[in-house]
Design a protein. Sequence first.
Length: 298
Amino acid sequence: MKTIVLFVKSMRLYQWVKNVFIFAPVIFSLHLPGFDIVGNIKNCVIAFFLFSMVTGSIYLFNDCFDRKKDMYHPEKCNRPIASGRLAVPTAVIGASVILAAALTAIFLFNRTFFIIAAVYIVMNITYSYLLKKIVILDVMVIAVGFVLRVLIGGEINKIELSVWILIITFILAIFLGLVKRRQELVKISMTDGDMRSNTRKTLNQYNIVLLDQLISITTATTLISYIIYVINPDIQQKFHTRQLYLTVPFVVFGIFRYLYLTYSEGKGESPSEIIFSDLPFFLNIILWVGVFIAIIFY
């Protein structure tokens, strides 16, 4: 029983919140005539569960691959695999079984979804062995993962996605990735020399000044991209409303609140932690979705 608990913990259920991006295309398509809300949400729930099995398995493989480096991280050293509480062979076998089962189910559910999942797996393998060692590119790869999630949501429901949605998703994910890198660097800089020298080598190539500049750029770019999206004539025609600009304050508050929690509260290393631990941030997301839906149905 203890092994099962450690196994499930290593799959990082709290990180599965990232997979809600699969639902994004449905939210932005509720206004379409004849839109099958129940059917599309059902497809998203199935895809969310199956893709979560894929990402959970990848977390297990990554923890096995990074266990020696994680041992020197101030927080990651407590993970079941890094701490030695969960044996590597057990984790590898379990992850392989779950991944194989998930991919089989995905193949039967939707072939294009299967291709996207395969691309995600290959990308993560490449990331673990090579791409995460390349500054900037390591964050961009993570951002592509979020775009793939949105593509899954569009494909399983046959929804044509706006290029702007993909762009905003990509830039927002880069913003989150840069903030994560900054907070990792801050925490590691507060540890002893052995931890700094043995943890993720990419962090040693970053510095706080550079990351702060990049975060400033992506903050502005994310806001501008969203504003352009809501005032774009084609988007206004698509949703049959010019009132989408009313959702801008929620986006501004969300990003600024995230920066506040990062710079003033020392959070930001885990977006999932912020979503579930900060009530104002969580309520803002709910309100943004609610107001957006209310506007397109008004």
